[in-house]
Design a protein around this ligand. Structure first.
Ligand code: FES
Length: 258
């Protein structure tokens, strides 16, 4: 198939970017979207021009690094599909395709289609862990976990941290990502000791990283390639309120004891 591509070209975080037009011929319908970009880059390199920078790693929908918007939608037109898992058969011969980086305050552009998503790492580092003693692996069945809870925790853990939720949200909010990470541990027995401090720290970090607030648009859930539900945002809000009650009660208790 033949395509007209408009690809975002931006030299660095402070340079002004713009779409660059390219005509690409003989793209196989069986190739993946990233293979199509490889093809474009090979052609540019053979002409002595700079290739477009874009991120990828697994190309299997696991790592979350292939973050880009295709025709205005994070990861493109196919639901529950990352850009690397999108195939060119989704498009028609003669189509025009716009490819640009994720747009959000919390994700500054590094170069072309690459954005800096390290804010997600810092949110995770603020509380997305459990403190346990290291040593021999414990017996897997020593802590019984109800099936409903383990299933729900697993669904939340499916988040690959790609940032599509942020790019899709008109407020650039990272609530779905943070909620998934908070719920993943908060639903399991191992996550209970730090449940209150986790939600407070992660929400605080999310705000510091310049992500917007959630106003229930629901675009995040539509764009999520892993189908993470906004019910986890409800859970996050509940945990956040109850963590503050616990904190206030514990301060009052300490004051009475003095
Ligand atoms: S490259 Fe890993 S999810 Fe797309």
């Amino acid at each position: 198939m033949n395509l007209t591509l408009f690809v975002w070209r931006q030299g660095g975080p402070s340079s002004k970017g713009a779409f660059e037009k390219h005509e690409l011929q003989d793209v196989s319908a069986d190739s993946s979207f990233l293979e199509m970009l490889d093809m474009l880059n090979e052609r540019l390199v053979s002409q002595g021009k700079a290739p477009f920078a874009f991120e990828h790693d697994c190309r299997e929908g696991i790592c979350g690094s292939c973050s880009m918007s295709i025709n205005g939608r994070p990861h493109g037109p196919k639901k529950l599909t990352t850009a690397c898992q999108l195939h060119m058969r989704t498009f028609k011969d003669g189509d025009t395709v716009y490819i640009e980086p994720f747009r959000a305050n919390g994700f500054p552009v590094v170069k072309d289609l690459v954005v800096d998503r390290s804010a997600f790492d810092r949110i995770q580092q603020a509380g997305g862990y459990v403190s346990v003693n290291t040593g021999a692996a414990p017996e897997a069945n020593s802590i019984a976990i109800e099936k409903d809870f383990s299933d729900e925790a697993f669904d939340a853990a499916a988040c690959i941290g790609c940032g599509a939720c942020v790019a899709a949200c008109p407020n650039g909010s990272a609530m779905l990502f943070t909620a998934a990470k908070v719920a993943h541990l908060g639903l399991l027995p191992q996550g209970q000791p730090e449940r209150a401090s986790r939600v407070i720290s992660m929400v605080k970090k999310m705000d510091e990283e310049m992500f917007g607030g959630c106003t229930n648009h629901g675009e995040c859930q539509e764009a999520c390639p892993k189908g993470i539900s906004i019910k986890y945002i409800t859970r996050l809000n509940r945990d956040f309120i109850s963590a503050h009650f616990h904190k206030a009660a514990s301060i009052r208790g300490k004051m009475r004891a003095q």
